[in-house]
Design a protein. Structure first.
Length: 434
């Protein structure tokens, strides 16, 4: 381990937006970082895909051989910012096996390979930190890992994708279409040229897998996280939400129940009084509910090179301090394998709108279908539309399976002309959990 008089040597993999900001901070704030770490923090090498000069970085430090850089033996902390699963996994594993601690902002890597990487880090006695992988600059993983480690987290609910939050926010403000808001997000740099991972919910699902593991100290495979996107949300849905005192957000939820753990991502109606309703633009907002601490709200920039580099630098400082102090602080393992409940068994409140014939007896027929499948109704409202009427119902807690059965039977009734929208409702849960 390093002595306090030695420099902590950093290898940087990747020099994109986040990498460039990280390198700039390492050089521009060298004196400040040294004071916080207890030793100088030096950039010892930067790996890039192709040979090129990097602004503010000595050409002698730049290499295209990332594997040689991370395994050369004099590197203390490797910072992986290249993205994707491979070659990132191979390089991170090689770095840890060579004795280096690792900082990464790579959500895809941690979501798919995080459990194995934790095992390698513990075996090698090195650190693995990834605060920037979930919510950008928002400090969230460290509170779950440290501040709340003596508490029992019940539920984590969050808006963890700034792109979709911006799109839905713009649709609410302008009354425009999904495509129009997406094009604006791309023009402003808030959405990728290929936004598929964001708008389908896949990006948020990877983040919820990471949060579920840390919150519940359990292995949660990312492939088991249910997710739905926002491509089907239109101006009518946004207007309908507003008329009912709500906004629509893409929400990730992971919670602990007596039967195990659930983790999912999907659009939800959020009442305006809920803390997450006010998360605007490209911001992220995460609500953590714990038995002793109660509700804790985390809010801030979820993306961007400068904001994300803040979390990366925080991890660099923490792991560098460990090196200087001679501590071995590998990440804790996930001690349990809890059953992951399928989405069909997860209970939510549901908001359902349907077109029905405007005649007597229709309401009683519809209510009878809900009752037949054990789904109780919280509110029912009927609005006349000439020969037809719109029936709007909000249920109490009901499973997705039960609601699917209700919808299937409603479609067989001659008095029901069509289901116009079905969306889950977010409410802060108050009941005790197992």
């Amino acid at each position: 381990m390093k002595r306090a008089a030695d420099a902590v040597r950093i290898a940087l993999l990747g020099h994109g937006n986040v990498g460039a900001e990280t390198a700039r901070a390492l050089s521009g704030r060298a004196e400040e970082l040294a004071a916080r770490v207890g030793a100088p923090v030096q950039l010892a090498g930067v790996a890039v895909r192709g040979p090129r000069s990097l602004p503010g970085i000595d050409d002698a430090l730049v290499t295209t051989d990332a594997e040689a850089l991370v395994t050369r033996g004099d590197i203390d902390v490797v910072v992986e910012l290249i993205g994707g699963v491979e070659p990132a996994r191979t390089l991170v594993a090689a770095a840890m096996e060579a004795g280096a601690s690792v900082v990464t902002a790579n959500k895809a890597l941690i979501a798919s390979e995080g459990v194995d990487l934790h095992r390698i880090a513990r075996k090698q006695g090195v650190g693995l930190a990834y605060e920037a992988a979930v919510a950008g600059a928002v400090p969230l993983l460290r509170p779950l890992n440290q501040s709340l480690v003596g508490d029992r987290v019940r539920r984590v609910t969050g808006i963890v994708n700034g792109t979709t939050n911006y799109i839905l926010d713009r649709m609410s403000a302008s009354g425009g279409t999904f495509q129009g808001a997406l094009h604006e997000a791309q023009r402003l740099g808030y959405a990728e040229a290929d936004p598929t991972a964001d708008v389908t919910g896949a990006d948020a699902a990877a983040k919820m897998a990471i949060l579920a593991r840390l919150a519940f100290d359990a292995e949660v495979p990312v492939g088991d996280v249910h997710y739905e996107g926002i491509t089907h949300i239109g101006p009518g849905d946004i207007a309908h939400a507003a008329a009912n005192g709500c906004v629509i957000k893409l929400v990730g939820v992971c919670d602990r129940t007596p039967d195990g753990v659930s983790a999912r991502v999907h659009p939800m109606l959020i009442p305006l009084e809920h803390p997450l309703a006010g998360v605007r633009g490209v911001y992220n907002g995460i609500l953590v509910e714990a038995e002793a601490a109660g509700e804790l709200m985390f809010h801030g920039h979820g993306a961007g090179g400068l904001a994300t580099s803040s979390a990366v630098l925080g991890d660099i400082v923490e792991l560098s301090r460990d090196r200087v102090a001679g501590r071995v602080a590998p990440p804790a393992g996930f001690s349990r394998i809890l059953p992951l409940r399928p989405m069909a068994e997860v209970a939510n409140q549901h908001h359902l709108s349907m077109l029905v014939t405007d005649e007597s007896g229709v309401l009683s027929q519809v209510c009878a279908v809900f009752a037949q499948h054990g789904v109780s109704l919280e509110t029912v409202r009927q609005e006349g539309l000439g020969a037809e009427a719109q029936l709007v119902v909000a249920t109490h807690q009901a499973t997705d399976a039960a609601l699917a059965e209700v919808i299937a039977q409603l479609k067989t009734l001659p008095t029901v002309r069509g289901i116009t929208r079905s969306i889950r409702i977010l409410q802060t849960r108050k009941e005790p959990v197992g």
